[in-house]
Design a protein around this ligand. Structure first.
Ligand code: GDP
Ligand code: IMO
Ligand code: MG
Length: 431
């Protein structure tokens, strides 16, 4: 019956893919509830049949696909690029993993079309210094169409006449915007129609009423893991607006993005790195724009899994983490990339913000305030040991345990998982 939700508790890239893959072993279904191919969820595992270590970056297919017997759902709240999803399915099959009969795509999910990507990129280009730094995957424009009630859904892909008419109308409208507002090239209506009508047979075997599928599964007592993309600080309502994504990575997005009731949720796992990163623009109070920040980027391989962009790095921000724990009702925390901090003399974490001569423990919603706060840091002793192969909490160096203990008592949420490396087995489970 129960649903566990995995949520990024920072600005994305916390290691959701790694932990969802690991936790999906205890579930029958993994379901993605929002976002689209802006997500890049990295999984590193050893193939049981060949003994070979594999690495895969998933963008749309849920991170349970490499666990045998686990079904995967792409929910109605996700915006799906049909080209990207079919390419991902092909690559997963090429690795020798079964997709047919295991992947279910919501008939109600909205589609990302070439004009969404063109508009996303044109808007960013024309915004100059005010650009959001999007992934360019068409996410914002696709959600705009959804809420403007002019989007095209998966179900429309299954009817060629309906699709052709909807595409024609949409492309004519978007071409006017592209040409006259952004001075870009328009898109070829017939070429797009020809390319996209061919998706009907390709996608049809996967399409179903996923809300019904999930609710039936819950009734049968199956365990569902809901996989968030992005992170709570990128939520369109609760994040650092306008430097956010266009969906709800926070816990409510799980109900609306899958069609499951909040009463089915019994576990809400927030994932946070032992430090902080952010890709794209927007305020980042604890950012380290110095050599140490570069060292963390190098040691932590902090480059975007979707766009390859260098991620901005900084200290753990406990003001922000306490805020995301509150708005999501986190029942537990998972701390990842603790290994990256090994070797530092001192580790710092922000416990308050200074602003206009005052000190506050509140995460401000006004962008101008957040952009100007000075973090108040607490220092912790670092640890020298390599912790990459530790799987028992008690084997962690005392300084690392002290740091984690402070995090859980400050945030008021127990740390149940600690990740000490990118591979499945490099995980400490405390329950
Ligand atoms: P996601 O978007 O939240 O799934 O995270 P990404 O896959 O975009 O980024 C996380 C990166 O950190 C990936 O390259 C992972 O392989 C890697 N990773 C995850 N957990 C750990 C960890 O505990 N230690 C280290 N060193 N790398 C990790
Ligand atoms: P995962 O699921 C990190 C960021 C972009 C940009 C902002 C808006 O891998 O954690 P968008 O393309 O969504 O309109 O971009 O959000 N962003 C992410 N940052 N991880 C992600 O996903 C992200 N998806 C979007 O960099 O700042
Ligand atoms: Mg990512």
């Amino acid at each position: 019956m129960p649903v566990s939700v995995v949520i990024g508790a920072q600005w994305g890239d916390e290691g959701k893919g790694k932990l969802v893959d690991l936790l999906s072993k205890e579930c029958q279904i993994v379901a993605r509830y929002q976002g689209g191919a802006n997500a890049g969820h990295t999984i590193i595992w050893t193939d049981e049949k060949t003994g070979v270590q594999q690495k895969f970056v998933l963008h749309l297919v849920p991170s349970g696909i490499f666990q045998e017997g686990v079904a995967c759902v792409i929910g109605n709240g996700v915006v799906i690029d049909p080209v990207a999803v079919m390419e991902e399915i092909r690559m997963i099959r090429d690795l020798g993993y079964e997709v047919d009969g295991r992947l279910f795509i919501s008939h109600n999910a909205h589609l990302i079309m070439p004009y969404h990507k063109a508009l996303d990129q044109a808007k960013e280009r024309s915004s100059g210094g005010a650009a959001i730094g999007t992934t360019g995957r068409g996410i914002g424009p696709a959600y705009v169409d959804k809420f403007a009630r002019s989007g095209i859904r998966v179900v429309d892909l299954l009817n060629r006449d309906v699709l052709a008419q909807k595409l024609k109308n949409a492309i004519e409208e978007k071409n006017a915007l592209l040409k006259h507002l952004y001075g870009s090239e328009g898109l070829n209506v017939n070429q797009i129609i020809e390319e996209y009508v061919a998706f009907d047979q390709l996608i049809d075997p996967f399409v179903t009423d996923t809300a019904e599928y999930l609710n039936l599964a819950l009734k049968e007592g199956k365990n569902v893991l809901a996989e968030g993309a992005q992170g709570a600080l990128l939520d369109v309502d609760f994040g650092t607006y306008p430097y956010v994504t266009s969906s709800h990575p926070t816990v409510g997005g799980c109900c609306t993005g899958l069609g499951i009731p909040p009463t089915a949720i019994n576990r809400i796992i927030g994932i946070a790195k032992a430090y902080a990163t952010r890709v794209g623009n927007g305020p980042f109070p604890t950012e380290l724009e110095n050599e140490l920040g570069e060292d963390i980027r190098r040691v932590g391989h902090e480059f975007g899994a979707t766009t390859g962009r260098p991620r901005r790095t900084g200290w753990l921000d406990l003001v922000a983490l306490k805020y995301t724990a509150m708005i999501n009702g986190l029942t537990e925390l998972a701390i990842t990339k603790l290994d990256v901090l090994s070797g530092l003399e001192t580790v710092q974490a922000a416990v308050a913000y200074g602003y206009d001569g005052k000190v506050s423990s509140r995460f401000p919603s006004e962008l101008q305030t957040l952009a100007r706060v000075t973090p108040v840091f607490t220092d912790y002793s670092g640890w020298k040991e390599n912790i990459e192969h530790i799987t028992d909490y008690n084997d962690l160096p005392e300084a690392a345990r002290n740091y984690l203990q402070f995090v859980e008592s400050f945030v008021g949420v127990p740390i149940r998982l600690v990740s000490t490396g990118p591979a499945r087995e490099q995980t400490i489970i405390r329950y």
